[in-house]
Design a protein around this ligand. Structure first.
Ligand code: NDP
Length: 304
């Protein structure tokens, strides 16, 4: 299978590329930077979709970029880096004379309203309630294919929780303070912390790329999957388990107002609030998690 991955040079893309190449598939990245095995977004727009059997979009400015202050220009970049790239790919797929059999977008669980009690599956109704949920709505809408293209290309949206792995994402920023014994709960610590190991997110994407069985009709709307581990975890449980595995104390809670001052209140909610997200459709699809529980995931990350 030939797979085209927008933003494939990043944390999730590197793991997905590794898994696909290990299975003998060919991978081409779409990037802002030209290079071997890549095309640029400009080339996609000017030359159209290169021949491929599957396409994925993982491009997006990092929401927790510690080097960027929370201001209007950063917010614009968060939107445009996701929506423009997703639109460029969905339009190229719709215009292609030999479209791929599958098209996968990874969005986020920020579409679901944070709550200590509500549980969300892929079937849960939601409407935007803040900036990040509005971003999810516009991002997912940008991926929709017109009816004619949806007949030949299977559309999938995977809503990911915090992606955990050694090579990037939240863990990269958390490991040093935890090693130094400076780790602690964020805000009340009672908020749910939906997470997934990077190897499982890549596994769910790779599985979604598999073409539909010949007899299956391609549904006109995207198939939704929650990209989270099946174990519900709170920030307190996550903090204590990471401290236990690292054999470090976790006695320095970070109050919510400090997080809001440091990150901006609209993005601090990613860490100080959370949602109980159930990967109902993901499990029903038969996907078997390699790291279904936090202990096995953290041991793999910290031990490797
Ligand atoms: P990364 O932060 O690693 O970024 C992925 C790629 O996006 C980069 O390698 C880069 O590719 C491209 N990119 C970065 N900034 C911009 C920009 N301003 N404009 C255009 N392209 C840009 O992402 P992850 O691999 O961690 O995540 C993949 C996707 O999953 C993202 O869309 C993210 O929002 C989503 N997601 C991630 C979560 C996580 O915890 N990591 C949680 C939930 C969702 P290049 O430099 O080659 O152009």
């Amino acid at each position: 299978m030939r797979v085209l991955i927008g933003g494939g040079s990043g944390f999730v893309g590197r793991e997905l590329t590794r898994q696909l190449r290990d299975k003998g598939h060919e991978v081409t990245l779409i990037s802002r930077q030209p290079g071997p095995g890549r095309i640029t977004w400009g080339e996609l727009e000017s030359r159209g979709l290169p021949p491929c059997d599957g396409a994925v979009n993982l491009a997006g400015e990092n929401v927790l970029n510690p080097l960027r202050w929370w201001n209007e220009s950063y917010k614009r970049d968060l939107f445009s880096s996701r929506i423009d790239t997703t639109k460029a790919l969905s339009q190229a797929i719709a215009a292609s004379s030999s479209p791929p059999r599958s098209w996968v977008l990874v969005s986020g669980v920020a579409c679901y309203k944070p709550s200590l009690t509500a549980e969300y599956t892929e079937d849960s109704d939601w409407t935007p309630f803040d900036l990040l949920s509005q971003l999810c709505k516009e991002w997912e809408a940008a991926a929709f294919l017109p009816e004619s293209a949806a007949k030949t290309t299977k559309q999938v949206v995977i809503r990911a929780g915090a992606v955990l792995g050694q090579d990037g994402g939240a863990m990269k920023q958390m490991l040093l303070p935890f090693w130094l014994g400076l780790g602690g709960t964020l805000g009340s610590g009672r908020q749910p912390f939906p997470w997934i190991h990077v190897s499982d997110l890549a596994g769910i994407i790779a599985r979604s790329l598999e073409p539909p069985v010949r007899s299956e009709a391609t549904p006109p709307t995207p198939q939704m999957y929650n990209g989270v581990a099946p174990t519900i975890t709170t920030n307190y449980e996550f903090t204590k388990e990471l401290g236990r595995i690292l054999r470090r104390p976790t006695i320095f809670p970070v109050p919510e107002f400090i997080m809001s001052v440091l990150l901006g209140s609209e993005r601090a909610v990613i860490l100080t609030q959370g949602q109980k997200v159930i990967p109902m459709k993901t499990l029903e699809s038969g996907y078997q998690f390699k790291y279904p529980d936090l202990t096995s995931a953290l041991k793999q990350i910290v031990g490797s």
